[in-house]
Ligand binder design. Structure first.
Ligand SMILES: Cc1cc2nc3c(=O)[nH]c(=O)nc-3n(C[C@H](O)[C@H](O)[C@H](O)COP(=O)(O)O)c2cc1C
Length: 198
């Protein structure tokens, strides 16, 4: 089984990151989650889920309706001593869902000013998969240039762009489509949406 880092930043769409964590854990993968402070605020606003500072992993597993012994670790975004800050730490990939434009700007410019940005910086330098799920509209030229710079250094840009050709009926279907596309990129089996032609 794999070991993945998931970051939830302050763009709209915390549900994408939450569903991703849930699917990875439910498929038996290990997950280290970093939530930026803005990511925490937006999640509290959009999902009415407040990540507590006391035993956050336990609270999140309860929210996701997963077993309390699922292999989830919640890292503190301000802790630059966390293993995720080091290139010597092994992981199979990092996904940032949703990725704010601020986060993308920081990583495109190598700022590494918190653990989420540093972990993405490490993914780029160590050349393991970094999947970014940006969410913003419209995109300014600054946004587009930062996303281009990230794609040029190997990040996979998988925007939160739900489709309609699979006839979604619920918001859940829309979230599952985006998360399923991310899992496809990592080669992880899922049944989150029907495949065209199957
Ligand atoms: C309710 C809400 C929704 C937001 N949605 C977006 C968004 O979709 N995309 C984006 O780039 N920023 C969005 N922002 C702004 C970011 O949260 C802000 O730029 C923040 O500084 C990002 O910090 P982070 O990248 O460290 O998480 C939103 C903010 C709020 C309060």
């Amino acid at each position: 089984m794999g070991r993945y880092t998931v970051a939830i930043t302050g763009a709209s769409g915390s549900a994408y990151g939450m569903r991703l964590v849930e699917r990875l854990l439910a498929s038996g993968h290990e997950v280290a989650l970093i939530m930026t402070p803005a990511g925490g605020e937006v999640a509290a606003y959009e999902l009415e889920f407040d990540l507590p500072t006391e035993d956050p992993a336990r609270a999140l597993l309860r929210y996701l309706e997963l077993s309390a012994d699922a292999p989830l670790r919640v890292a503190c975004c301000g802790d630059l001593f966390d293993p995720l800050a080091s290139g010597s730490h092994r992981t199979d990939g990092m996904i940032v869902a949703p990725a704010s434009m601020g986060f993308c700007a920081s990583v495109a410019n190598g700022l590494a000013s918190n653990l989420a940005e540093r972990a993405a910086d490490v993914a780029l330098k160590e050349r393991y998969p970094l999947v970014l799920v940006p969410r913003e509209t419209p995109l300014s030229l600054v946004h587009l240039r930062n996303l281009t710079a990230l794609a040029e250094v190997g990040a996979i840009i998988a925007p939160a762009m739900p489709a309609f050709y699979h006839h979604p009926e619920t918001l859940d279907d829309q979230v599952n489509f985006v998360v399923g596309k991310v899992l496809d990129l990592l080669g992880i089996e899922h049944g989150l949406f029907p495949r065209w032609g199957e």
